[in-house]
Ligand binder design. Structure first.
Ligand code: KIV
Ligand code: ZN
Length: 516
């Protein structure tokens, strides 16, 4: 890096991002995203909250074992069992970090923790020391710092640094701050905390008022040197600061910032697509940097200007964030090596030859139905139920639908449920409705379908339809996805995928209660 300082990018897609209702990910999915983040060269990957469930613990452990070039971080409340559990999950990491936190705002201390400010300081110091006994790199966060008293923040941060914290994080947990105010908070902390130079100051902004990226940038302008963010701005409620927005703002306006990141920004679009397709949270077309329209020009006057000189209406180059034409990459005659290589470029690495063979078989089936296979088709193909199959209790064996003008649509479904073949036929308002009813009666889990959406992955009538369903049972929300050139089959795949997640979550919640 030149004379500019380094801005550390701490990605929390796998932890805070996963806290978006319905965004829960399997260990394999987390691993795929972690590998894509490593390729993007993020500095720190927060892989999860190990004490939350055995699944979370295993995911953090798996990411810690697989990642070499980024630091892997695990979250822990300021409690002994959380910190020890995080230390255990991270023990095989090439470089690891424990991130411990306690709330510091009056409302959180009084209503949630029922602790006095003195007790909070004492607990914070104890937690940082405990974590430092396990690992050299410890981050301390003052939860709800955005609504905390500045004098108290100075006190708790000074003590946390003395206790050994190497990063001090200032979260605007409820997204309440405005940019000038938040920037001023960071400036004040850096000026007033006597040992501020012994730690990196970090920010973690939520997007409740749509200001998460703006607040993060204001903090950087005032001396913060780590930003916590997520791909596509995924995260609790309205989400976290969006990685792509923060990184590209700092890069594009390097004239205004005295620091920069070391990210390979050409990986941004791949990461965005991967996260969208794994979580089932599509990216809105007008989303900055990664939305489908981010570099599209509609108005004639703009098109004319761009053709004459790109800079007339574009402040970034599409290729610098990884927008290549969604070109035809593979076709019917492409071989396994070309298939594997292109998927690796898109961030998917196969764990075994068997996994590659299954995905390649599906690719050949798709290539029979569709001449041109685009990147989005490939991404959907590996995300389809079956790629990470170890936890699937429900599998689609066959589907037959009958839909005719003037007749009631009917569907016959054959599923494998826990290894047993089961058949059911049902009628419905349309073929999708009929198929869903048949599936429900086989699976026997009552859940509410909260969202059903179909999105065409590419153009043309032979395009694959990508279906997202969101289901809710007893307050738990899951998203299911499926893609196929036949949208009724895509819908059924999405529904089966959602049921698998609900059934898996049911098992996990059960164990989790005994674990924590
Ligand atoms: O929003 C928040 O305060 C958090 C902390 C755990 C850093 O996610
Ligand atoms: Zn958060």
């Amino acid at each position: 890096m030149n004379e500019k300082g380094k801005l550390i990018i701490f990605d929390t897609t796998l932890r805070d991002g996963e806290q978006s209702p319905g965004a829960s990910m399997t260990r394999e999915e987390k691993l795929r995203i972690a590998k894509a983040l490593e390729k993007l060269r993020v500095d720190v990957i927060e892989a999860g909250f190990p004490i939350a469930s055995p699944g979370d613990f295993e995911a953090v452990q798996a990411v810690a074992r697989a990642i070499r070039d980024s630091r892997v971080c695990g979250l822990a409340r300021a409690l002994e069992k959380d910190i020890d559990c995080a230390g255990e999950a991270l023990k095989d990491a090439v470089s690891g970090r424990i991130h411990t936190f306690i709330a510091t705002s009056p409302i959180h201390m009084q209503q949630k923790l029922r602790m006095t400010p003195d007790q909070v300081v004492e607990q914070a110091v104890w937690a940082v020391k405990r974590a430092r006994n396990l690992i050299d790199d410890v981050e301390f966060s003052a939860e709800d710092a955005g609504r905390s008293d500045i004098d108290f923040l100075c006190r708790v941060f000074e003590q946390a640094i003395k206790a050994g914290a190497t990063t001090i994080n200032v979260p605007d947990t409820v997204g309440y701050n405005l940019p000038d105010q938040f920037g001023h908070t960071i400036q004040t902390l850096l000026e007033r905390i006597p040992n501020a130079d012994k730690a990196v100051f970090s920010v973690h902004c939520h997007n409740d008022l749509g200001l998460a990226s703006a607040n993060s940038l204001a903090a950087v302008a005032n001396g913060a040197r780590q930003v916590e963010c997520t791909i596509n701005g995924l995260g609790e409620r309205a989400g976290n600061a969006s990685l792509e927005e923060v990184v590209m703002a700092v890069r594009t306006r390097r004239d205004l910032f005295d620091c920069d990141t070391e990210l390979d920004t050409t990986q941004i679009v791949n990461c965005s697509r991967l996260v969208a397709s794994i979580t089932g949270f599509p990216v809105q077309p007008n989303k900055a940097i990664v939305g489908a329209n981010a570099f599209a020009h509609e108005a004639g006057i703009h098109q004319d200007g761009v053709l004459k000189s790109r800079e007339t209406y574009e402040i970034m180059r599409a290729q610098d964030v990884g927008w290549v034409q969604n070109r035809m990459v593979l076709g019917k005659h492409s071989g396994r090596n070309a298939f594997r290589a292109r998927l690796e470029e898109l961030g998917t690495v196969f764990n075994s030859e068997a996994e590659l063979n299954t995905a390649f078989g599906r690719f050949k089936d798709l290539a029979d139905k569709k001449h041109e296979i685009f990147d989005d088709d490939l991404q959907a193909l590996v995300n389809d139920a079956g790629f990470s199959s170890e936890n699937e209790r429900v599998r689609l064996i066959s589907l037959r639908v009958c839909s005719e003008t003037g007749e009631t649509p009917r569907a016959s479904v054959v599923l494998s449920l826990d290894g047993q073949e089961q058949h059911c036929s049902a009628e419905g308002g349309g073929p999708v409705d009929a198929a869903f009813k048949a599936i429900e009666s086989i699976v026997g889990v009552e859940a509410v379908l909260e969202l059903y959406s179909v999105n065409s992955l590419t153009s043309g009538t032979d395009a694959q339809g990508e279906v997202t369903v969101r289901m809710q049972k007893d307050g738990r929300i899951v998203n299911g996805q499926g893609a196929d050139t036949d949208i009724v089959i895509a819908s059924v795949k999405a529904y089966v995928n959602a049921f698998n997640k609900l059934l898996q979550d049911q098992e996990e919640t059960h164990v989790q209660q005994g674990h924590v």
